[in-house]
Design a protein around this ligand. Structure first.
Ligand code: 0GY
Length: 289
């Protein structure tokens, strides 16, 4: 398999200047493969995207901190994510992917290494199995640690997942707004169903990320802004934002991270909304202790 490269080395410098302490709350590290081989079950084979590259990007974009989310290509071996956090001098925390038989000792080890959540991935193109009963077992185990759950699914699964999401005893953060069809517009079926979910479930948060994945028309992502700005304004205390660098599986449309950052002041139009989105909300989930 050819190794895929899904990021640009010299993204533009954004016009938007993030507030002090800003967190890019959805990034990954890949490898380096020589130290941290990919899972035999990985569905893509990326080039190395190292912590050093991540921190250089963070500085270029004007962010202070990162949340490193375990990517599916590393399976349930969180070593690359932990190594990234360890190299950050306290400027990164992480989200792990774990098996249900993990046990409290290993969870404590992950906590000491900066992990503050677990991710459940429902995308068939990324994982072979998404066992809800096992995921709930994991959610019950991580609750006493004060962690939360990150869930990645697409809009057509939302209705089926409702009882599962309701049964999770911790805060739940949905990746990329549950991937609505943006072509339906701000009053479309998908985003209306997702908004109803947030309206009726105060424990559910969302990452208002993924402009490059969800937009039909691409930069400057007007269609994404039109759909997502009302979500930020309706749920200002339950939203996070991330670049999603190094943008797994985006080889067909590799984004410019600077352009992505310039979407922020268009979906969070006041300084207060920007501070909540980039500082206060991620601090609550990742830097409480
Ligand atoms: C993302 C999106 C994707 C990949 C993964 O864990 C992963 O491999 O999350 C995707 O391909 O949509 O958020 O990174």
């Amino acid at each position: 398999m050819t190794r895929s490269k899904t990021w640009i080395d010299n993204p533009s410098t954004p016009r938007f200047v993030p507030p002090p302490g800003a967190v890019d709350a959805h990034v990954h590290v890949f490898g380096p493969e020589a130290d941290f081989p990919f899972s035999p079950k990985a569905k893509y084979h990326p080039e190395d995207a190292t912590p050093e590259m991540l921190f250089a990007l963070r500085d270029r974009l004007g962010f202070s901190r990162n949340v490193i989310v375990q990517a599916s290509c590393h399976g349930t071996d969180n070593a690359a994510t932990l190594a990234g956090i360890a190299k950050s001098n306290g400027a990164a925390r992480g989200v792990a992917v774990v098996d249900p038989d993990i046990g409290m000792d290993e969870l404590q080890r992950l906590h000491a290494g900066g992990i503050r959540g677990v991710r459940f991935n429902f995308l068939k193109r990324l994982v072979d199995h998404a066992p809800k009963d096992k995921f709930l077992e994991i959610a019950r185990q991580i609750e006493p640690l004060g962690w939360h759950v990150v869930v990645y699914f697409e809009a057509d699964l939302l209705e089926e997942l409702m009882p599962f999401l309701e049964a999770i005893p911790t805060i739940v953060v949905v990746d990329h707004l549950g991937r609505p069809d943006i072509a339906q517009g701000p009053d479309g079926r998908d985003i209306a169903a997702f908004k109803a979910l947030l309206d009726t479930h105060p424990h559910i948060w969302t990452k208002v990320s993924g402009a490059e994945r969800l937009s039909i028309h691409g930069p400057p992502f007007d269609d994404f802004v039109e759909v997502v700005r009302p979500i930020v304004e309706a749920f200002p205390d339950r939203v996070l934002w991330g670049t999603d660098w190094p943008h797994p599986n985006m080889e067909h449309r590799v984004p410019d991270d600077g352009t992505l950052v310039d979407v922020i002041p268009r979906i969070a139009i006041t300084e207060e909304l920007q501070r909540k989105l980039l500082v206060t909300n991620p601090e609550r989930l990742y830097w409480r202790a």
